[in-house]
Design a protein around this ligand. Structure first.
Ligand SMILES: [Zn+2]
Length: 174
């Protein structure tokens, strides 16, 4: 996969801006892997993009009721077919982790990059997703001197279980 990071954006990504971001107050040190699909397990729609732009119609599905007024985002969303969508430039803080802690540091959003894989904790991820995720992580590590890659469940274990048991950590670089 051939791509560069220019102005804190992946140059081959589709850019959809999310208003749900803020300034960082420290250096990036961490990548957080998540998974999401809306409704869960349903992949062929724009609901996640709508959610990250605060324009999801929460009457569309009963499971969306608890998403009302939620202001969230991630830097990247990697779809089942390997398409990358970027919502927030890497130098800004995306709102993906919520209440969280890594190595005794709270508010992980401030020092992390959030990557959402289109998926569910119930299901394998696609080969295409790993084929995209690996070079993206490599490039982010070299560009931003990142030392750690964790799952959302590692930094918010009481609240979150994503990316879940079907995410294969062995398939990540080293
Ligand atoms: Zn998550």
């Amino acid at each position: 996969m051939n791509f560069e990071i220019k102005n804190n954006l992946i140059d081959t990504a589709k850019i959809i801006k999310s208003p749900n971001h803020s300034e960082r107050s420290c250096a990036i040190d961490l990548i957080v892997i998540h998974c999401i699909s809306l409704p869960e397990g349903n992949f062929l729609n724009s609901n996640v993009m709508d959610l990250f732009q605060n324009k999801l119609d929460c009457n569309k599905h009963p499971s969306f009721k608890n998403l009302e007024d939620l202001k969230v985002s991630a830097h990247l969303f990697i779809r089942r077919n390997g398409e990358i969508i970027q919502f927030v430039p890497f130098d800004k803080c995306a709102w993906h982790a919520g209440e969280s802690s890594f190595n005794d540091r709270g508010n992980c959003n401030n020092f992390s990059i959030g990557i959402e894989l289109e998926g569910t904790v119930q299901k394998e991820f696609t080969d295409k997703q790993y084929e995209v995720l690996n070079p993206v992580i490599l490039k982010l590590k070299e560009e931003y001197k990142i030392n750690h890659v964790v799952g959302h469940s590692d930094i918010a274990p009481d609240r979150k279980i994503d990316p879940g048991p079907h995410f294969d950590w062995e398939r990540l670089n080293d």
